[in-house]
Design a protein around this ligand. Structure first.
Ligand code: C2E
Ligand code: CA
Ligand code: CA
Length: 564
């Protein structure tokens, strides 16, 4: 290692040139500014004298950077920083913009006053443009050139800090996946580019459009949050989308769904606002798409309840939270109970009692219904077995079966195994399938139903009359029972309903099916029903669903309908 003396000036100068650095020294006592030779090469200014650093900044820095460049120097001279370091852009003689980094250290006199500041200056133009490019990639979407999620969060934060009134419009192209799957991803990409340009030209300066991911876009509006104005904007966007898109010579129509949330009304939290706009969008999707929805707390509450139910259902079987009730079905001529419908009940520690009308559709959606359905079957068969041990041979118990259970391969075998395990005759069991389930008469469902029918299990059609189905399947399937839906019984006073019920009764008689009226609550309904010839009734008029102990008591009564 060689140590150079201060006198080896030539070596220093060569090194400075090689490193593309210039040096300077500002003597504050006599206010002179020394600049090394290549200073002018770096800043590309000739023929100008700089009195001091202030003068240098004043004469070269571009307008937007001037204030911060001067501030950096003020802070240093005032002693706020021990090293002078400042980055700013300068304009060269011929108008080129360059970025420079200027650094320096002070030498003070014994009184602590700055005597001189000396330092260096570098050309960092290349580094800066690279940084800017990286910055661009980090904050802008490379496909559409739109600002991305990070910039969205930044801008929303700024709007919230400045307590602006504003709103978010979350949008998503309907069935975009279909476009990608049908025409390919290149086509989809092109569509996204055209779409973003179109929306941008539609919203003009009313808001700023960001691409969040895939086909998800969001508009941040920080000027207003009035329902009317926002609805107007949404309709305006829908209007723009009425014309077809021209992609690679094809004409393609697209629709979008939107979800809107307002700030600060709905929330002043970034994550919450985003979630709310997303929920409102989801609401638009499930309401048939091509529409917009303003976030309301009720949407959120119902969604949250759904999520809670979904969560709690996962462990409900394991935690023994279910039990069954049994509602009698009464033959009003013989005054006898001819069977019971088993109905599931759920008591959860967190949610309390939840109606099956609420949780069954959720369990069907998550697929949880399969596990729950197994539990129901087992529980019902076990009950029949236990009642038999006590001397009560139950004639018939019906079990509600979901279409999701029917779809599962091996359902019939599982069913058979369970009743065999408890030594029960299949004729004691009936499955209730809603009319809606039967409408999509897929072969696997028919096959399963037929297998069970062959074993001797009865099949009844639940909610009959609500499925808008053709009556054709009544002749295709050898079903045993039809259950007239409660909605007909509720309105049996209307002549038209009575006529319909009459038809159903005659139809089932000629096809040799049993017919049960559901949801009979009053004597009047009962009388009108018996006029039509429907003699088997299930409803609060006779009994609400009962616990198994209550069933036992009812069966032991010699009077009333204890005839099983
Ligand atoms: P559903 O199969 O149509 O069952 C009849 C519903 O009507 C039962 O409601 C019953 O309690 C009610 N009900 C009976 N008589 C009357 C009456 O006179 N007036 C009124 N207002 N209601 C009456 P629940 O128990 O709340 O069950 C609702 C639905 O949940 C059932 O409708 C069924 O679709 C489903 N469900 C119940 N248990 C099960 C089950 O074990 N498995 C499956 N997959 N679904 C079930
Ligand atoms: Ca039912
Ligand atoms: Ca029903």
């Amino acid at each position: 290692m060689y140590i150079y003396n201060e006198g080896n000036e030539q070596i220093y100068l060569r090194a400075l040139k090689g490193a593309d650095i210039a040096i300077w020294e500002w003597n504050m006592e006599n206010n002179t500014l020394f600049l090394s030779n290549n200073f002018t090469n770096i800043i590309e200014h000739t023929g100008i004298d700089f009195k001091d650093l202030w003068d240098f900044i004043q004469k070269t820095a571009v307008e937007p950077d001037k204030v911060s460049a001067k501030n950096d120097l003020v802070f240093f001279i005032n002693g706020n920083t021990s090293i002078y370091k400042s980055e700013f852009r300068i304009s060269t003689n011929n108008g080129k913009i360059k970025s420079i980094l200027i650094k320096g250290k002070a030498i003070k006199n014994p009184q602590g006053k700055i005597r001189l500041i000396s330092g260096s200056i570098n050309d960092i133009t290349e580094k800066k443009s690279l940084e800017e490019h990286i910055n661009y990639l980090a904050y802008y979407d490379s496909l559409t050139g739109l600002p991305n999620r990070f910039l969205f969060v930044n801008d929303l934060r700024t709007a919230l800090i400045n307590s602006q009134n504003g709103s978010l419009i979350f949008m998503d192209i309907d069935d975009f996946k279909l476009v990608n799957d049908t025409f390919g991803h290149d086509y989809g990409d092109l569509l996204l580019v055209i779409f973003s340009q179109l929306i941008n030209s539609c919203i003009k300066d009313l808001g700023k459009l960001y691409r969040l991911s895939g086909d998800e876009f969001i508009i941040l509006i920080n000027k207003y949050n009035s329902y009317n104005k926002l609805s107007e904007l949404c309709y305006h966007i829908f209007n723009y989308l009425k014309k077809p898109f021209e992609v690679k010579g094809d004409k393609i129509y697209i629709t979008i769904s939107m979800g809107i949330t307002l700030f600060p009304e709905d929330s002043h939290d970034i994550n919450e606002l985003y979630k709310y706009a997303d929920l409102a969008l989801y609401h638009s999707k499930i309401n048939g798409k091509s529409t917009f929805t303003f976030f309301q707390h009720e949407i959120f509450n119902s969604y949250r309840r759904k999520v809670n139910i979904e969560q709690e259902l996962k462990n409900a079987v394991k935690n023994n939270e279910f039990h069954m009730l049994y509602q009698p079905q009464v033959d009003i001529i013989k005054n006898q109970i001819i069977g019971f419908e088993s109905l599931l009940r759920w008591q959860n520690a967190k949610l309390g009692f939840v109606s099956p009308a609420e949780f069954i559709p959720i369990a069907e959606m998550t697929g949880n219904i399969v596990e729950i359905g197994d539990w129901v079957l087992n529980s019902v068969c076990k009950t029949i077995y236990e009642m038999k041990l006590k001397g009560h041979e139950l004639k018939k118990i019906s079990v509600n079966v979901s279409p999701i259970q029917l779809k599962k391969v091996g359902f019939a075998d599982k069913f058979v195994n369970i009743y065999k395990k408890y030594g029960i005759s299949p004729s004691q069991l009936e499955i209730e399938i809603t009319e809606g389930t039967l409408i999509d008469l897929f072969s696997y469902k028919i096959k399963t139903i037929n297998e069970l029918l062959k074993k001797g299990v009865k099949v009844s059609i639940d909610d009959f009359g609500t499925g808008y189905s053709s009556l054709n399947y009544l002749t295709v399937l050898p079903i045993s029972t039809i259950k007239i839906d409660k909605s007909f019984i509720d309105n049996i006073y209307h002549q038209k309903n009575k006529v319909i019920i009459n038809c159903m009764v005659n139809l089932s008689k000629s096809l040799n099916y049993e017919i049960i009226a559901e949801g009979v609550e009053t004597k009047e309904q009962l009388d009108l029903l018996s006029e039509t010839g429907c003699n088997i009734i299930q409803g609060y008029y006779f009994s609400k669903p009962l616990t198994i102990n209550e069933v036992e008591k009812t069966l032991m009564k010699k009077d009333g309908f204890g005839g099983v």
